[in-house]
Ligand binder design. Structure first.
Ligand code: ADP
Ligand code: MG
Length: 257
């Protein structure tokens, strides 16, 4: 399947999701539209529905109601073709700790059917993006936190996806690794990739993202460019203040998801 350049890469309408055995809605009428080559910053307090949204977009979970169109195609009818165009960098490090980075990359590449020269090329590219060319033959369990995060990122792009979903990809990394990740994401965007980027770090979205959405209680409460959101919200001079003004100051410790 070829992405349709005319359509929005992600278009979500009225999405609803309730997990079995729970009373409340995880998603309650979520709307979202993301254009090609945009880095979309998805913010929200713990439990607001960010991970649920990403897991539905990438086909891990099914919604109860609403529609999700990716590259102009409804995921109900075309998820298998769409999956090849999508990469997912999960919130937890999802690598085999006793395998080397190169072995991890090879394994995940094989799931996408990559082999031969193409495989070699992609592994070289990913090692360069992660700035781990000299560590390819070392085991993941010998890596620092930042090296693991950078490895987790490039495993998600081994098959050169058009849409990349990033769930808190900079948790616990040092400023140098964070900077390397930002430079990598900017370069990938230059090459045409579209991204959804969830984080709790407000300053990250202000510098990295073209557009920002703030979720709370399973809904998108505001969406737009950082400068517009700041202008629209009284007495706010940055996205952190906008976030607290719109989602409140009540603690959300009950969910750490
Ligand atoms: P976020 O990523 O923004 O922290 P989540 O999407 O993980 O939010 O969670 C949204 C809501 O759904 C929360 O109330 C959470 O407790 C609930 N939830 C998430 N995953 C599950 C699950 N597997 N089973 C039951 N409830 C869940
Ligand atoms: Mg989450």
């Amino acid at each position: 399947m070829k992405p349709n350049p005319e359509s929005e890469v992600v278009k979500i309408e009225n999405l609803e999701k309730r997990y079995q055995g729970t009373d409340g809605f995880a998603l309650k009428g979520l709307n979202l539209a993301i254009r090609r080559q945009e880095i979309f910053g998805l913010l929200g307090p713990n439990g607001s529905g960010k991970t649920t949204t990403l897991s539905i977009i990438c086909g891990i979970r099914k919604p109860d109601k609403g529609t999700v169109q990716l590259f102009g195609q409804d995921i109900k009818t075309g998820i298998n073709a769409i999956k090849a165009l999508m990469g997912y960098v999960p919130q937890e490090i999802a690598l085999y700790p006793k395998l080397t980075l190169q072995e991890n990359l090879k394994y995940f590449a094989s799931l996408h059917g990559l082999s031969g020269n193409k495989l070699k090329e992609r592994i070289e590219f990913c090692l360069k993006v992660a700035r781990l060319e000299n560590h390819a033959k070392k085991r993941i369990d010998s890596f620092s936190g930042g090296m693991k995060r950078r490895s987790n990122l490039v495993v998600g792009i081994i098959h050169n996806p058009s849409l990349l979903l990033l769930d808190e990809p900079t948790v616990g990394v040092d400023p140098q690794s964070k900077n390397a990740i930002f430079e990598a994401l900017n370069a990938l965007r230059e090459n045409g990739m579209t991204m959804i980027y969830t984080t709790h770090y407000m300053e990250e979205v202000e510098t990295l993202c073209d557009s920002i959405g703030i979720m709370d209680n399973g809904k998108m409460i505001i969406q737009g460019h950082a400068s517009d959101l700041i202008r629209q919200t009284p007495d706010c001079t940055n996205i952190g203040e906008v976030f607290l003004a719109l989602t409140g100051k009540q603690l959300r410790d009950e969910s750490d998801s």
